[in-house]
Design a protein around this ligand. Structure first.
Ligand SMILES: Nc1nc2c(ncn2[C@@H]2O[C@H](COP(=O)(O)OP(=O)(O)OP(=O)(O)O)[C@@H](O)[C@H]2O)c(=O)[nH]1
Ligand SMILES: [Zn+2]
Length: 200
């Protein structure tokens, strides 16, 4: 199927007048509606655009859950992009790719003191089942081959590079810590550090 992008204006209450873009005909299309939010930059994307690849967290993004930092990171990205331009790729891989039901099962396990990655593993899921091939295709479809990435997660950078997208810079997101997400953030932090030690 030929690749088709549909773009329409999506003015936001939080500011900015991005376009939302949906994609048809991506290779390995899993039927989920991944989308991009494109905020115009002053240089019209002649420089290297700032990108955030955000994986779905309906509990954090839509409900404001305090168990994680996803909703706050999403808000932060939208604020930065509305001020300076940039592109959000919103990937429908809930719960690091295991889906909502499994994520809630993992939450239940975490209430017994198991960390977020071990909980996935105990349930027979990969610790992180996310995949960035669709994101790389979305970027290419938008004509973007080099990015600066808004993330604290070195695995996202590594994955994109393997998929042929050049990452020329990393912009860190704020650590949005609260008493209820501290253990989750600590586990992510240890994993990121171990990943850097093993791969860089
Ligand atoms: N399985 C599982 N998934 C979780 C849990 N808490 C959050 N998530 C998922 O983790 C993902 C977080 O995605 P991102 O914010 O894009 O990525 P990140 O790895 O935190 O990296 P950053 O770019 O630094 O934010 C979302 O898909 C959430 O649904 C959890 O306890 N268990
Ligand atoms: Zn979350």
């Amino acid at each position: 199927m030929a690749l088709k992008i549909t773009r329409a204006k999506l003015p936001l209450k939080t500011g900015g007048h991005p376009e939302i873009a949906t994609f048809y005909g991506l290779e390995g299309d899993d039927g989920r509606d991944h989308f991009a939010l494109i905020f115009k930059s002053k240089d019209n994307f002649t420089g290297v655009p700032l990108i955030r690849i955000h994986s779905e967290c309906i509990t954090g993004d839509a409900l404001g859950s305090l168990r994680c930092d996803c909703g706050e990171q999403l808000k932060e990205a939208l604020r930065i992009f509305s001020e300076t331009g940039g592109i959000l790729l919103y990937l429908r891989q809930e719960g690091r790719g295991i889906g909502l039901r499994a994520k809630i099962e993992a939450y239940l396990l975490q209430e017994t003191g198991v960390d977020t990655y071990s909980a996935n593993a105990l349930l027979g899921h990969p610790e992180d089942a996310r995949e960035y091939n669709i994101a790389a295709q979305m970027l290419r479809a938008l004509g973007i081959l080099t990015v600066r990435l808004l993330t604290n997660n070195p695995e996202k950078i590594e994955n994109l590079r393997k998929l042929g997208i050049e990452v020329s810079g990393q912009v860190l997101t704020t650590e949005h810590e609260n008493p209820l997400n501290k253990a989750y953030l600590d586990a992510k932090h240890s994993r990121a550090t171990a990943f850097i030690e093993n791969n860089y």
